[in-house]
Design a protein around this ligand. Structure first.
Ligand code: SAH
Length: 520
């Protein structure tokens, strides 16, 4: 007898939101397998069936159990909330089958029955937040490395996707949602609408409409889905709505549209489209269209694109800007941005934008070197006497490639100077590397500013060039892993006494001059 695996998504949890096929599938099964809470949610459909319900973390044994019964010719329903193919059981059941050499011609028939996933049910309760390109990201780092999750949040944030965060928080996992908010705030305005929906279409349903800055002030748990709006999502009368762009071509209050259908398809009505000629004043028209949208939303939410900060320089060793590069900078900064020259040899741009990637791409295209601003590693190289003392340039570049912009507990300056004159002051930086007689001297723990400013300690001389990148990388890796948040490198070095194998030496105390008081 042929066995059957029915992998059922039963929707958010209420009967009305379960599909007819999902109900039938449960009814036609001999055995129901699912996480206990889910089985309870469909309890009234399964009173006369064999039920196997196990704990939350036992998905693998549940899938194996299902396959085992199907091999014996039974019809087995594996149930997941929402859609079984969205962080549900569908993929895992297939993987277990594949391990056993199953193919579609084998004795077990598989049917995946779609259900309403949380992104859809929660969106419906909030209004219409997913009207435009959206994505789901699970914040659970149980099976996925956090570094990858972080990268996806960042990419989705930069690309202005509406984002549905699944598994945002549990009793044990509380930091992920905090980190996610921090990343999102780098790309989106703090007043971006955010919806928190807990237990959609279940008895404990709870809906909160807030914004990116305040989302953590509310209860978020295992049964919450967090929906983050894109840069044009707005709030109206307690509803969260993402416009699709109809206002660009239609007058929604008019019975008769000013543009006829064929006019809407003309090029001038689509200034943003791919096949527009570059010479047309595309930007102005597109901006006017966007402006129209923004004005509409201002009554309910302010429409401020996030400020994007970036460090720009002509290169690692090169200190010369070209006129063309200055023009690109002027165009990017424009009226609304700022451009500041910092003590660290770079221009800091602050530009309001919803598309930081575009800015990065334009700067790079102009041959400029870019790096993030904040608690990151900044490489400060000298000009290598305009290339006359160029032997150390490849190492400076390699250090920049490998470490530039790396996120650290506190900002860290790595100075690289190309000769013993060290006239760009590498010796005074957190970490200084000075090229001399074909090898590098290494200085650690300088303090650039303050009344007790001091150079770094000379901890090694004559490090062979082939070693320098790995020596510095090791030191920075140790600092990244072991420093307290906000602990500057010189304090860290003093506290831990040894970094990268180099030992800290107690600094000499300054003599105290006692001046006799007047008249003594
Ligand atoms: N297969 C499910 C997702 C399972 S992952 C689906 O397609 O919906 C579990 C996560 O889904 C939860 O942490 C929560 O973020 C979300 N979720 C599932 N059901 C939900 C509901 N009824 N209300 C709100 N969020 C829900």
């Amino acid at each position: 007898m042929k066995g059957k695996l029915l992998i059922v998504g039963f929707g958010p949890g209420s009967e009305e939101h379960m599909t007819k096929r999902a109900r039938e599938a449960i009814e036609e099964s001999d055995i129901i397998i699912g996480y206990k809470t889910y089985v309870d949610l469909v309890a009234d459909l399964i009173s006369n069936k064999q039920v196997i319900s196990t704990g939350m973390t036992e998905e693998v044994s549940r899938a194996q159990e299902a396959v085992k019964w199907a091999e014996r010719g039974k019809t087995v329903a594996v149930i997941s909330s929402g859609d079984a193919g969205v962080y549900g059981m569908a993929g895992l059941v297939y993987e277990v089958l594949i391990e056993k050499g199953w193919t579609r011609e084998s004795d077990i028939e598989v049917e995946v029955i779609p259900g309403i996933s949380a992104i859809n049910s929660c969106a419906a309760l909030l209004g219409a937040p997913i009207m435009h390109d959206a994505c789901t990201i699970s914040l659970s780092d149980h099976l996925t490395p956090w570094a990858l999750i972080e990268k996806r949040i960042e990419a989705a944030a930069a690309a202005d996707f509406v984002i549905a965060l699944y598994n945002p928080k549990s009793g044990r996992r509380t930091r992920q949602i905090v980190e996610a908010q921090r990343i999102l705030l780098r790309y989106r305005s703090p007043n971006t609408p955010v919806g928190l929906v807990k237990s959609a279409y279940r008895t404990r349903q709870h809906i909160v409409l807030t914004d990116l800055a305040h989302m953590l002030d509310y209860d978020i748990g295992m049964l919450t889905t967090v929906i983050i709006g894109n840069s044009s999502t707005f709030v109206y009368d307690g509803l969260m709505i993402t416009p699709r762009g109809y206002q660009r071509k239609y007058t929604l209050s008019a019975a008769e549209q000013p543009l006829k259908p064929h006019e809407r398809l003309r090029k001038e009505a689509e200034p943003w489209a791919l096949d527009q000629k570059k010479s047309e004043p595309v930007r102005e028209v597109a901006e006017a269209a966007l402006q129209k949208l923004a004005i509409r939303h201002q009554d309910t939410t302010t429409f401020a694109p996030a400020i994007f900060e970036i460090a720009v320089s002509p290169g690692v060793a090169n200190k010369n800007f070209t006129p063309k590069q200055m023009m690109v900078l002027a165009d990017i900064v424009d009226e609304d941005g700022t451009m500041m020259y910092t003590p660290d040899h770079y221009l800091k741009l602050e530009v309001p934008t919803s598309d930081p990637d575009l800015i990065i791409a334009r700067l790079k295209e102009a041959g400029l070197t870019v790096a993030p601003v904040g608690d990151v590693l900044t490489l400060k190289a000298c000009d290598f006497c305009d290339g006359e003392k160029k032997d150390a340039i490849p190492y400076a570049e390699q250090l920049y490639e490998q470490l530039g912009g790396m996120a650290l507990p506190k900002e860290l300056k790595l100075g690289v100077n190309g000769c013993g004159m060290a006239c760009y002051g590498a010796v005074r930086e957190d970490i200084g590397v000075v090229y001399r007689k074909g090898a590098f001297d290494l200085f650690l723990g300088g303090k650039t500013v303050g009344r007790n400013a001091h150079p770094g300690q000379l901890v090694a001389e004559g490090i062979p060039p082939s070693e320098i990148v790995s020596v510095v990388t090791r030191i920075i890796q140790e600092y990244k892993e072991r420093a307290h948040p906000n602990e500057r490198f010189h304090k860290f070095f003093k506290r831990v006494k040894q970094v990268g194998g180099f030992v800290y030496q107690e600094a000499k105390q300054a003599a105290k001059i006692e001046v006799p008081a007047c008249g003594e």
